[in-house]
Ligand binder design. Structure first.
Ligand code: MN
Length: 246
């Protein structure tokens, strides 16, 4: 069978200015990466009830949870008053925690990126640093926002040799971009850490035994043109969603 699988992608909520218009959206880089990998992206809006979400979840062959603002720390019994918290949206937390949990429980392929990687950990019971630089011992800078291009590669990751990630990348090290100020603190028990930054921060996670459930703390969607190995992460998702993955 040679069909192109449907990849359900969660979205953000934003208010455009002058005049104010509310939108649900997604950066085009995620959409383009799914298409380049052979999938058909489907954008899932916020605010749907459980029944509607279940209906969508049944239809899609795989799930992509993209980057974005911070998860409400109340979701992992964290510090809800930390001054660096930004862009918290309860409806987005609801949607993405649902998608991550269902994808794991029902063996649907999942690629979770940056915020998505953090959602993935929280959905399975893990916790986060509300702010890596101020809370993690001997932390390096990970928040290369603003003045840096999204293709800037400030640090390496070491990848576990026997992981799905290493198989996809074809290597046990990678140079990655880093556009996050939060990170995994306590890893959920059902997750395996498969890549770490030089300061020890967990930069990629997998569910052992699942046909495809991968979280990465970096942004491969911004690197697919420079580094074909990063496109392989999306191809891994699409192949698993198509039932042709290894
Ligand atoms: Mn990083």
């Amino acid at each position: 069978m040679n069909k192109r699988p449907l990849i359900g992608c969660s979205t953000y909520f934003k208010t455009l200015q002058d005049p104010p218009i509310h939108v649900y959206g997604l950066m085009t880089s995620y959409i383009e990466a799914v298409i380049a990998a052979g999938g058909i992206p489907i954008m899932i809006p916020l605010g749907l009830g459980e029944e509607a979400l279940q209906a969508i979840f049944e239809k899609v062959d795989g799930v992509l949870i993209p980057g974005g603002g911070d998860i409400d720390p109340a979701r992992y019994r964290g510090d809800t008053t930390h001054p660096t918290l930004r862009d918290i949206n309860p409806a987005r937390d609801d949607l993405e925690l649902f998608l991550a949990r269902e994808a794991v429980q029902r063996e649907k392929p999942l690629l979770a990126i940056c915020r998505g990687h953090q959602v993935f950990n929280v959905a399975l019971g893990g916790t986060l640093f509300e702010d890596v630089l101020s809370q993690k011992e001997a932390a390096q800078k990970h928040d290369y926002f603003g003045g840096w291009p999204r293709t800037h590669l400030p640090h390496e990751v070491h990848v576990e040799p026997d992981s799905r990630l290493a198989q996809l990348l074809g290597d046990t090290t990678a140079r990655v971009n880093s556009l996050h100020h939060q990170g995994i603190k306590e890893l959920a028990t059902d997750l395996r850490p498969v890549a770490t930054a030089p300061d020890g921060l967990i930069e990629a996670i997998e569910v052992p035994g699942h046909r495809f459930a991968l979280g990465v703390q970096w942004h491969p969607e911004n690197l697919i043109h420079e580094d074909r190995a990063m496109l392989r992460l999306f191809q891994g998702l699409v192949e698993a969603a198509n039932g042709t993955g290894s």
